[in-house]
Design a protein around this ligand. Structure first.
Ligand code: 9MR
Length: 471
């Protein structure tokens, strides 16, 4: 998310709109106090993974670059339990009202590769810059109305969001300018429902990300988020629930502003499953602090600015999650690993995610300078940073958890809750725990040196466990 003058103007407008709400909210450095996505045993899931993959955007078959062995490598090298898997509307609905089952089967095959290795898959309805007809990806050509306006390629790519053809394509999609009466939103909702119908009984799928980085076209800010965006989300949620009662619906704010830590106007949404604990709506904002977007690293004066962005981002995210009654997953964060201070930044975001009790999907697994593997699939310096000790599933209500690299201690505390089956699982990477872990304050139930997963006993009451490397 880089910016041009127009985008900055929007940011300034948002800043004014945020006003004093932006400051002062209480902040507890603990993972507790919000809802959790749970597995079938009722355990709270700490979702940690990558997006797979940007390469799917332009591929003729819409498939990411990966083969099954790459999924196996990722599991081995990083111990991730989560993947945000990119879908393309153009592939789901290649012509109006016609859904491509072959495409959905190919997606299902890859979901199975992940499922067999213990992953949870978030299916992400991805788009950037609307669709290929206006220089982006996502929407089919038949659903791209530009009224003769065009879009030129831009550098950085994000500036394409203010190209006339792209703005008009969004406006026609949202129905915020006069059109030919065709309801493109309805098609989109139908496509999302079709994806949900296909995966309703697939336990590897954790949910659906209803739209990547929504953009309002010529309508921005709260007017967009509480208007067209909220309506689309509500329609999509209602439609999914007609075919899929159980999977989670992940919603994102408008990317502009929120990615940098400004407030979002996204309102509470209703899940036909019911209110409170019955609802399954998750909040998946992206995190790209503006100073880094503009090419800065995590160093010098930029570092202080980024730190302020991170604090604001956390505060806004927690506030929005409370409003939505939703658990949080950082849907994307990522950067060129060659930027100065990049690894310190990734560490910092992971610590913040742990403090918040939020999952994350790092952007992305495409081999290259942003990824844990380079173009030749050799590990980059990001790999050891992401290969971090962490809980995967907590048998109760998590209170706090985190890896203290200086003390070489993974601490996990939780309150056992009734109805939860199984133990708490933590992953202890070989690079930090070559001989496994020594458990204090709890009881080790099992240790699997291959998956590097240590299982801890749980039960009623509060547990506070510290794991250090076995000598
Ligand atoms: O990293 C991606 C870059 O190579 C592409 O040119 C660009 C446009 O498709 O998208 C980048 O990925 C972005 C993602 O789709 C949405 N969030 C921000 C990501 C990084 O810019």
């Amino acid at each position: 998310w880089a910016v041009g003058a127009v985008v900055l103007a929007v940011a300034a407008a948002l800043l004014v709109a945020v006003g004093p709400q932006g400051a002062g909210a209480a902040r507890a450095d603990t993972a507790s106090g919000h809802r959790w996505i749970t597995d079938r045993q009722g355990r709270a899931l700490v979702l940690r993974g990558l997006s797979t993959a940007s390469s799917a955007k332009g591929a003729a078959d819409g498939m990411p670059w990966i083969e099954e062995k790459d999924v196996a490598r990722e599991r081995r090298a990083l111990g991730t339990n989560f993947v945000r898997f990119l879908l393309q509307w153009r592939k789901v609905e290649p012509s109006p009202g016609t859904y491509d089952r072959t495409y959905l089967r190919q997606v299902a095959e890859r979901v199975r590769w992940y499922g067999e290795r213990g992953y949870h898959v978030l299916l992400d309805m991805h788009q950037d810059l609307y669709g290929p007809r206006v220089g982006g990806n996502g929407a089919p050509a038949w659903a791209t109305e530009t009224d003769g306006l065009t879009s030129a390629p831009t550098d950085p790519w994000e500036l394409g969001y203010v190209e006339p053809g792209t703005v008009r394509a969004f406006d026609r999609f949202w129905g915020t300018v006069e059109g030919d009466g065709r309801d493109l939103r309805e098609h989109y909702v139908g496509a999302v429902r079709e994806v949900a119908r296909h995966f309703a009984d697939d336990d590897t799928v954790i949910g659906y990300d209803l739209m990547n980085e929504p953009w309002g076209g010529s309508v921005q800010g709260p007017a967009f988020e509480s208007g067209p965006l909220a309506r689309l989300y509500q329609d999509a949620i209602d439609a999914v629930r007609t075919v899929d009662r159980d999977h989670w619906l992940f919603v994102e704010p408008s990317a502009i502003g929120s990615n940098w830590g400004f407030a979002t106007g996204l309102p509470r949404l209703d899940d036909p499953r019911g209110d409170g604990d019955a609802a399954r709506i998750a909040y998946a904002p992206h995190l790209y602090p503006l100073p880094m977007d503009l090419g800065g690293g995590y160093t010098g004066s930029t570092k202080g600015q980024v730190d302020r962005s991170l604090r604001a981002w956390r505060e806004q995210t927690e506030k929005t999650a409370r409003r939505l009654g939703a658990p949080v997953v950082i849907g994307e964060f990522g950067l060129d690993t060659g930027l100065p201070g990049a690894m310190e930044y990734v560490e910092k975001v992971q610590r913040m995610a742990d403090d918040m009790g939020a999952g994350f999907a790092y952007w992305s697994n495409d081999p290259g300078p942003w990824a844990p593997w380079d173009a030749k699939l050799r590990p980059t310096k990001l790999l050891p940073v992401l290969d971090r000790p962490a809980p995967l599933a907590v048998a109760g209500d998590p209170v706090a958890y985190g890896w203290d690299a200086a003390k070489r201690t993974l601490a996990v505390s939780w309150r056992g809750t009734a109805g939860v089956r199984g133990g708490t699982e933590v992953r202890l990477p070989a690079r930090h725990f070559p001989k496994g872990g020594r458990v204090a304050g709890g009881v080790q139930r099992a240790w699997n040196p291959k998956s590097r997963i240590l299982t801890l006993d749980s039960g009623p009451g509060t547990h506070s466990v510290r794991i250090t490397p076995r000598r």
